[in-house]
Write a protein that binds this ligand. Structure first.
Ligand code: GDP
Length: 196
């Protein structure tokens, strides 16, 4: 369980992130995937992560200090329908520099909307992580939005695609911020990652 979560700083420049003196876990996904809701569920702080950054708004790397022990990082989402090439380029540069250059990063939790069939943009991003050696975990969100059968079907389809790409299935979690499900499992895994 998380006892204390506090906002530390927002940056556009990965070099200006806090001193890497603690383990760090980052969260990323398509805009509207439920990232803010998941972060709020995990930390137990209702408005810690602000819901949905709108396109055009500055895209920021947000650091939160958790229990004085590790950093939770809320990364700007990808896949806005209507952003300029310039914004996309800036996002890519910032994210790739952060993910490949952050020494204390123990893992990236990549959020996938469990309502949808496998999306190209998610698979491309995960493929890039694999190529760059960025350690990732898959977190399916919004599991309460459809029947368990449908969730299982979508999860399975996504994992099959992952197996095609990587030859094996990554660590993954199925969650619902609405119901609070998956919380203990995700936090348990965070604990393992930051203790390594
Ligand atoms: P973000 O843009 O990825 O940060 O997504 P948000 O956390 O703002 O969520 C986008 C929308 O999905 C909001 O309307 C949330 O209320 C909704 N949402 C997020 N997680 C869940 C969930 O687990 N279950 C349900 N039913 N809705 C969710």
């Amino acid at each position: 369980m998380i006892r204390n979560a506090q906002f530390v700083v927002s940056n556009t420049d990965p070099k200006k992130c806090p001193k890497p003196d603690r383990a760090e876990i980052a969260f990323i996904g398509r805009s509207n995937v439920g990232k803010s809701s998941l972060i709020n569920m995990l930390t137990g702080v209702k408005e810690l992560a602000k819901t949905s950054q709108k396109p055009g708004k500055t895209q920021l790397i947000n650091h939160f200090m958790i229990d004085d022990r590790w950093y939770l990082v809320d990364l700007p989402g990808y896949g806005f329908a209507k952003v300029s090439k310039d914004t996309k380029d800036k996002w890519e540069k910032m994210i790739s520099s952060y993910l490949t250059g952050r020494d204390n990063l123990c893992g990236v939790f990549v959020l996938i909307d469990s309502r949808l069939e496998p999306q190209k943009i998610d698979l491309e991003f995960l493929n890039w992580c694999g190529e760059e050696g960025v350690p990732f975990v898959v977190v399916f969100t919004k599991a309460d939005k459809q029947s368990k059968t449908q969730t299982d079907k979508n999860v399975k389809a996504f994992l099959n695609k992952m197996e095609d790409i990587f030859g094996d299935i990554p660590d993954y979690f199925v969650t619902s911020a609405e119901k609070g499900s998956g919380k203990d499992e995700v936090l348990q895994f965070v604990d393992e990652l930051i203790s390594e």
